[in-house]
Design a protein around this ligand. Structure first.
Ligand SMILES: Cc1ncc(COP(=O)(O)O)c(C=O)c1O
Length: 397
């Protein structure tokens, strides 16, 4: 099918969701996708922050093919070797105290279950989250999302959600108390424009949680599985300071096969009994094969290292470029803050066949490339940004 026919058919038969780019993706490999018209695009948005191992990594594809030949699915009503391997492997890379996993299907579902487990572990209901944080679109997660219109869209909201200011411990102290079940946060607020907080903030959060018996949840749906150049944000240089009680995961975890997870410590797992949690599809064999192969591919191809060097290259390459105010983020989660709105740069990059993302901050362009993005690929982006910025300065001048 040609692009115009694909677009017309999708627009006619699919409920509107996202504002789509004007391309139809047909195949992908590494950091590249090819369209229905045979054009090649550099994908620095990584399939919506999902394709950490790159598009259709051969090791992941083979593992999925092999698993599909054996058995596509059976639920947690039976044991499964590939599920056992996925659970063991995921726990082996997690911060030390997080020694059990609950598998589900998406980021929002991971957060719903994280909050539920925190309520069960504490016998309390209140959840503290942060302005600018995004946690998903199902009832409890959207009620925890104090960003833009989301809570409005999610009405009626689940009761018991309150917000604090990201990075401001005093604002947390003003709302967190002995009725609070959990404090949940994106350790780097991605959609808000890749906003970061200080190590001291994380340390004080942990202390406050310990003092008041509150569960600390890191929503690592975006920052997890190598995105920041470490397996988890919670396993970065902050690890000595802060271990959360629960980490929620999705996006990169299955390289594109839908899968989510909550990693939990013993304080949490000890209160969960059979029938408290469940999901038909969570832990299915196909998804588990994707998880194992994703973790193997990241390890085999040394992608934690390449994610870290991509950040370094980008910071050096864009240093001093006029019109760029700051670079935020870590590894392959990068926000480029422009002095003006980034929408024209985003559009021009797409014209130059480079896919990037925007954010809820109109000045911040977001990059979430595959962790295996190469030096040459990042060079293409840096050169394009310089060209676009120079051309627009010339017009403005
Ligand atoms: C930090 C964060 N948490 C949760 C979610 C929700 O994940 P999903 O869309 O898989 O439900 C997202 C999605 O963008 C996210 O970025």
């Amino acid at each position: 099918m040609k692009y115009t026919d694909i677009k017309e058919t999708e627009d006619q038969f699919q409920v509107a969701t996202y504002k789509k780019m004007g391309i139809a993706v047909e195949r992908g490999r590494g950091a590249w996708v090819w369209t229905s018209e045979g054009e090649k695009y550099l994908d620095l948005y990584g399939g919506h922050a999902v394709c950490a191992t790159g598009h259709s990594h051969p090791h992941v594809v083979k593992a999925i093919q092999d698993q599909a030949e054996k058995v596509l699915f059976y639920s947690n009503l039976v044991y499964s070797e590939i599920r056992a391997k996925a659970a063991e492997r995921l726990v082996s890379i997690a911060p030390k105290s997080l020694n059990k996993v609950f598998f589900c299907n998406s980021g929002t579902e991971a957060n719903e279950n994280a909050m539920r487990m925190a309520r069960m572990a504490t016998g309390r209901e209140k959840i503290v989250t942060f302005t600018g944080g995004f946690h998903g679109r199902t009832a409890d997660s959207i009620s925890a999302t104090f960003l833009g219109k989301y809570r409005e869209i999610g009405k009626p909201n689940v009761p018991g959600h309150v917000s604090a200011e990201f990075g401001d411990i005093e604002s947390v102290k003003a709302v967190a108390d002995s009725d609070t079940a959990a404090i949940m946060l994106e350790p780097i607020q991605s959609m808000a424009g890749v906003r970061e907080a200080s190590p001291q903030f994380f340390r004080e959060l942990r202390e406050l949680c310990d003092e008041l018996g509150i569960m600390l949840i890191f929503d690592e749906v975006q920052t997890g599985i190598g995105r920041t150049g470490n397996w988890f944000f919670a396993a970065s240089e902050l690890a000595d300071l802060v271990e959360p009680d629960i980490i929620s995961l999705a996006k990169s975890l299955g390289s594109g096969v839908p899968v989510g997870a909550c990693l939990v410590n013993e304080k949490v797992s000890a209160v969960i009994s059979v029938n408290d949690l469940g999901t038909t599809f969570g832990g299915g064999m196909l998804a588990m094969a994707a998880v194992v192969a994703t973790l193997e591919a990241i390890e085999n191809d040394e992608m934690l290292r390449s994610a870290a060097s991509a950040e370094k290259q980008l910071r050096e390459g864009l240093n001093g470029v006029s019109g760029i105010k700051a670079i935020h983020g870590k590894g392959c989660l990068i926000g480029i803050e422009f002095e003006d709105k980034c929408a024209p740069v985003h559009a021009k990059l797409l014209e130059n066949k480079i896919i990037t993302g925007t954010s809820s901050d109109p000045n911040v362009l977001r990059l979430l490339p595959p962790l295996c993005v190469s030096t040459e690929e990042m060079d293409i982006f840096v050169a394009a940004v310089k060209r676009i910025v120079t051309a627009s300065n010339a017009i403005a001048g």
